[in-house]
Design a protein around this ligand. Structure first.
Ligand code: 26W
Length: 818
């Protein structure tokens, strides 16, 4: 069937027909958005058949299914990716050309569904792509936020948040399935009842409830006819509120349920690695978790009659602590609705749920006040209380008389529910996302739990999908790679190793650098259009794109730019190869220091870019609204990848891998997955600087770090810091950056991310890069070797490890002849 629709002729006809039936327009009168919608309908026709075939195969073969529970899925645009995975991209490209259309412009019409903040959400999206491609039954479960991650505008150098109304024109790839809705209950109180068999049961009374309505989004496997599903849940009021309900009885209840449904899924919390502790967020968590578990159990029961077999067919992977209320919700359903005994329910739960930790940042640990929990989820709270009671007994048996252990490990403590503890106690697997991260969890953060449950702990180093981040994002390099080593890399990234032999070949080096240059020209054009800044495609593109957070140290990067500026001002002939420092980052709306850093970057850009003395040596660009769609283009164009977090703070990082795959050379600390990238690519092809994780952790323990000493003893650093408050970058308001200045020198925990401690070592590494780039051959060789050694960082590898060690899924093949 595919061949048919994607033969050029059939496809063109189908698009034209769709334009006619949907809009009564032809190509000459339709807008690009209308053409985009028409193209999507044509593509959807193909998908529908395969989607159905996949679901039928799953129903028949009953493979074990992973339910990936995640508050965030940062999918990025679907059209291009779907075409690529259907192996129809080139045909559609040509077909559109024949119609006088440019596929990129059509793709640009798609809203970028940004239902996530950053790394964790994008990882979930890569995982779904790999699951489908590897042939596993998977169901992503998330929330259909009406407003995703805000759009960022930069106005006068400041970040301004604009709502992201991604559903404005309708989302062509979702399928609303109101027939599969579930009820989710909040509030009220619990009553004990004795049923007809004399058994005690717990019933939630006087609650408010909403419908959870699933919307299915297809996850198209790469050339294998398999289509998995991402379900995003929308909330709907149980009955449309009308004034008539005066008569029907509970007016107040009707109003409250209407309000509940209306607000529940309005907006994604734009915090990354920082909890806001808002009650609505807990409601969101319970809402999508409850609906997803209800659905999983219902599906299971359609074909199985023994619930004790659930662990053979279902695994729930909890993406960080956000969905860990799943533990108690699963218990509740098994106890109250399926009428199992506690021990049976616990047996099932503890073999069905697994937990991934994505961060060691203390401020990201989710803890909910018991008061909120109890009020919002009274029965779920009772169950958590009982899980905690039993767990505390276990601690006491294991460590008699050791109150300290209870204090440190209990799930309920100090008036709070500690979600990570709940996840670890109930989960049969606890994993970190890079080797170093997992080690830190086992030795420091979760040490007591590791001691008690060593077998639960394991590492799964993150990965990225090469289909989107090379195949789609960097078509030129993808073709070059295929020419050199064949196209097997689409499903086996380790074949990139075969590029090694080309690293030393001058012709290959030239081709590679030419592709990089073309990608830089493409990005330069984007920057000109979006930022109005001219950049030189022959300069080094030095890029830091990621969420703005103090631990990621964008401040270190920009302070170094300020330092370079001083160096050039002092000696205009200094040997500095032209460099463009490119930033892209969103700051959480309430994160003042992060927002100030954005303003600083923009003000530094303003000063430096307009100073004729600089003579094109350095330029600073802040790319507005960094998101998945422009990220693909940015990775492709980068020469230097800045991965400069304070060692021990970045759990893994995944942007680092995307840059590497696109042949950028990493400038980084030995943090997160950088450590493993270093192991793969070798010391000659990566620039490492700064303190090690152990050193950082030691300073934190000893409280012996004093940034003032560095400030006082290093005149160049002193000068840069003083420029934060002497008007150099804020002539009209010298106090503008005082908070940044103080955060480095005078706050209680001054420079808690060791920026000054690592500054010299960073500057030195930057200087090495300056020299190395001028040796074009060596640079090209290293860059090619980065691509060649990126094989490990495919999310296909990661997913296969999850399957082998945690999920134990069955491989499925879809027969497409039927
Ligand atoms: C509750 C507030 C909150 C929101 C988001 C806390 C924590 C988060 C996420 C865990 C933050 C996040 O995205 N973490 C990133 O996860 C990536 C995927 O594993 C890692 O590569 C990054 O290092 C990690 O920061």
């Amino acid at each position: 069937m595919r061949d048919n629709v994607f033969s050029k002729k059939v496809f063109i006809k189908s698009v034209k027909d769709n334009l006619m039936t949907q809009y009564r327009k032809d190509l000459s009168t339709a807008s690009n958005q209308e053409i985009f919608q028409a193209v999507c309908v044509s593509v959807k026709d193909v998908i529908m058949d395969e989607w159905l075939a996949t679901q039928q195969t799953f129903a028949r073969e009953q493979p074990k299914t992973v339910y990936y529970l995640s508050m965030e899925f940062l999918m990025g645009r679907a059209l291009g990716n779907i075409l690529l995975n259907l192996s129809a991209y080139d045909e559609v490209d040509e077909a559109l050309k024949e119609l006088g259309l440019n596929i990129n412009e059509i793709e640009d019409e798609e809203p970028d569904p940004a239902l996530g903040n950053g790394g964790l959400g994008r990882l979930a999206a890569c995982f779904l792509d790999s699951l489908a491609t590897l042939g596993y039954a998977a169901c992503g479960c998330g929330i259909r936020y009406r407003y995703g991650m805000f759009k960022q505008q930069i106005i006068d150098g400041f970040q301004v948040e604009v709502p992201d109304n991604w559903l404005e024109h309708g989302y062509p790839f979702e399928l609303r399935r109101s027939e599969y809705r579930y009820e989710v209950k909040f509030g009220g109180h619990v009553e004990q009842e004795v049923d007809e068999n004399g058994k005690l049961s717990f019933v939630q009374k006087n609650y408010r409830s909403v419908w959870a309505i699933p919307h299915d989004i297809p996850i198209v496997g790469y050339k294998n006819n398999l289509i998995d599903t991402l379900i995003i849940w929308d909330a709907e009021a149980k009955e449309v509120f009308s004034l008539d309900s005066f008569d029907k009885g509970d007016y107040q209840k009707a109003v409250e349920e209407e309000m509940l449904a209306r607000n529940l899924v309005d907006v994604l919390y734009p915090n990354d690695n920082h909890v806001a502790g808002k009650e609505l967020r807990l409601k969101q968590q319970y809402f999508f978790v409850s609906a997803s578990i209800q659905r999983a159990i219902e599906r299971f029961k359609q074909k199985n009659d023994n619930l004790m077999d659930m662990p053979k067919k279902i695994v729930f992977q909890m993406n960080d602590t956000h969905p860990t209320v799943a533990v108690a919700e699963l218990m509740r359903i098994l106890l109250d609705e399926e009428h199992l005994e506690w021990d049976e329910a616990w047996e099932i739960t503890t073999h069905c749920v697994a937990y991934t930790n994505h961060t060691i940042m203390a401020e990201a640990l989710e803890k909910w006040p018991i008061e909120i929990f109890e009020r919002l989820l009274p029965r779920v709270y009772q169950i958590i209380d009982e899980i905690n009671r039993r767990f505390v007994l276990e601690i006491q048996t294991r460590y008699p008389g050791n109150e300290e252990k209870i204090r440190k490990m209990a799930i309920l403590y100090d008036g709070q529910v500690r979600m990570a503890h709940l996840a670890i106690v109930a989960g049969f697997s606890v994993n970190g996302v890079a080797k170093l991260h997992t080690e830190i969890l086992m030795k420091q953060e979760l040490r007591d739990f590791y001691e008690m449950f060593p077998d639960k702990f394991n590492n799964k180093t993150n990965g990225i999908t090469q289909r989107r981040f090379l195949g789609h994002g960097n078509r030129l390099l993808a073709k070059w790679v295929t020419d050199k080593v064949g196209d097997k890399w689409y499903t086996d990234l380790t074949v990139l190793k075969d590029l090694t032999e080309f690293a030393d070949v001058p012709k290959a080096q030239e081709e590679f650098m030419e592709i990089k240059r073309k990608n830089k020209v493409r990005l330069a054009k984007y920057i000109k259009e979006h930022n109005g800044i001219d950049v030189n495609p022959d300069s080094i593109f030095d890029v830091q794109v990621k969420r703005l957070h103090e631990y990621k140290r964008q401040l270190l990067n920009i302070l170094h730019v300020m330092y370079l500026y001083n160096v050039i001002k002092e000696d205009p002939n200094v040997d500095i190869y032209p460099r463009t420092f490119i930033f892209g980052a969103k700051a959480a709306a309430g994160y003042e220091t992060a927002k100030k850093t954005i303003k600083l970057i923009n003000n530094v850009a303003e000063v430096i870019n307009n100073d004729p003395d600089i003579n094109g040596k350095i330029k600073v660009v802040f790319i507005e609204d960094y998101k998945v769609s422009n990220a693909e283009m940015i990775f492709a164009a980068a020469d230097v990848s800045e991965q400069i977090s304070t060692a021990s703070k970045e759990a893994s990082g995944t942007g680092n891998m995307k840059f590497m795959l696109n042949g950028a050379i990493t400038l980084g600390t030995l943090d997160g997955a950088n450590v493993e990238m270093y192991d793969e690519v070798g010391a000659d092809n990566i620039f490492i600087f700064g303190m090690s994780a152990d050193e950082v952790i030691n300073h934190e323990k000893l409280h012996d770090y004093n940034p003032i000493d560095i400030y006082n003893n290093d005149p160049q650093i002193k000068k840069v810091l003083n420029q934060l408050v002497d008007g150099t970058y804020s002539a009209n308001d010298r106090e503008l950056f005082r908070t940044l200045f103080n955060s480095l020198l005078h706050d209680k925990e001054a420079d808690r991310y060791f920026i000054l401690a690592d500054f010299r070592s960073y500057a030195k590494a930057q200087q090495k890069i300056n020299r190395y780039y001028q040796d074009k051959k060596s640079w090209a060789k290293s860059a090619i070797l980065n691509v060649a050694n990126a094989g490990k960082f495919s999310s296909d590898r990661t997913i296969q490890e999850y399957v082998d060690d945690i999920w134990h899924l069955d491989k499925v093949t879809i027969d497409n002849t039927g």
